[in-house]
Design a binder for this molecule. Structure first.
Ligand code: UDP
Ligand code: MN
Length: 263
């Protein structure tokens, strides 16, 4: 299935760490699809070369920022304006269908069946389930859709200042039309749900397919933050993430001629 791909995005060195884990975890579970990283021009050459050793393609895209300080402040995530950059995934028209995965996700088993779904398929957001969460979604690259999304962003902005508000108002029929476009929650299991509905997590959590470290704390945040007040399960997912990250560091020798420059 050379014309289908998983896609992620990294605009900073930390999110490059996350992107690496996305790629490694997809490969560990034997995906047959291509794995693509979008990066912005500010990402260092060393990080880009590191990504090239695990991704099939690393594509440089323009940085796009909503600059919507007001809504981002409501969200308490001033850094998320930059997630407008995600919209560029619609320009990857050499693929007929793609699955976008946030760089803060960890794939726990083969999820290639996602390609049987159509645009726009996603799982509910735990904070407002009539919105889909934009950390995992199926889409069809199209320059036409890309242009319409940019136009929508210019006309209406985003109600949360990030990509999720924009995408939900663009694909506004999602909550009440085709149920086949609703992914089971186990394809985008946000870490916070472990606390907000623990019995459900205990009952269904063993079926989790993709964990999403949604929120300000990421697996690469300092260890001491995770030690304080987090459940055993959450810490287990974080250590699984680190195992995947460290495996990558130790088992992928630099390809010949691909030694990262010292900078
Ligand atoms: N992202 C990025 N740089 C940033 C912020 C976000 O590359 O400074 C990308 C990255 O792929 C990330 C996605 O945008 O996974 C969405 O942001 P985040 O996952 O932090 O949002 P959350 O899922 O916590 O709402
Ligand atoms: Mn995320």
């Amino acid at each position: 299935m050379a014309d289908e791909a998983f896609v992620t995005l990294a605009t900073t060195e930390s999110y490059c760490m996350g992107a690496t884990v996305v790629a490694r975890s997809l490969q560990r579970h034997g995906t047959t699809r291509s794995i693509v990283a979008m990066v912005t021009p500010n990402v260092s050459q060393k990080s880009r070369l590191d990504l090239e050793s695990v991704f099939d393609e690393v594509i440089v895209v323009d940085m796009m920022d909503s600059e919507d300080r007001y809504h981002l402040a409501l969200l308490e995530r001033p850094e998320l304006g930059i997630t407008f950059t995600k919209i560029h995934c619609w320009t990857l028209t050499h693929y007929s269908k793609c699955v976008f995965l946030d760089a803060d996700t960890l794939v726990l088993c083969n999820v290639d069946e996602l390609f049987e779904r159509d645009e726009l398929t996603a799982a509910p957001d735990p904070g407002w389930p009539d919105c889909f969460n934009s950390g995992v979604f199926v889409f069809k690259p199209s320059l036409h859709t890309h242009a319409r999304l940019l136009d929508h962003a210019l006309q209406h902005g985003s109600f949360d200042g990030g990509d999720q508000g924009l995408l939900n108002s663009f694909f506004s029929s999602w909550p009440h039309t085709d149920i086949a476009k609703h992914l089971p929650f186990i394809y985008n299991l946000s870490a916070s749900s472990i606390y907000t509905y623990l019995p459900a997590f205990q009952h269904f959590g063993h079926n989790a397919k993709i964990v999403h470290f949604l929120g300000a704390m990421k697996p690469w945040s300092s260890h001491s933050q995770w030690e304080a007040g987090h459940s055993h399960t959450m810490r287990r997912f974080v250590s699984l993430w680190w195992r995947e990250y460290d495996t990558q560091q130790h088992t992928t020798p630099p390809a010949p001629g691909k030694e990262p420059p010292h900078d």
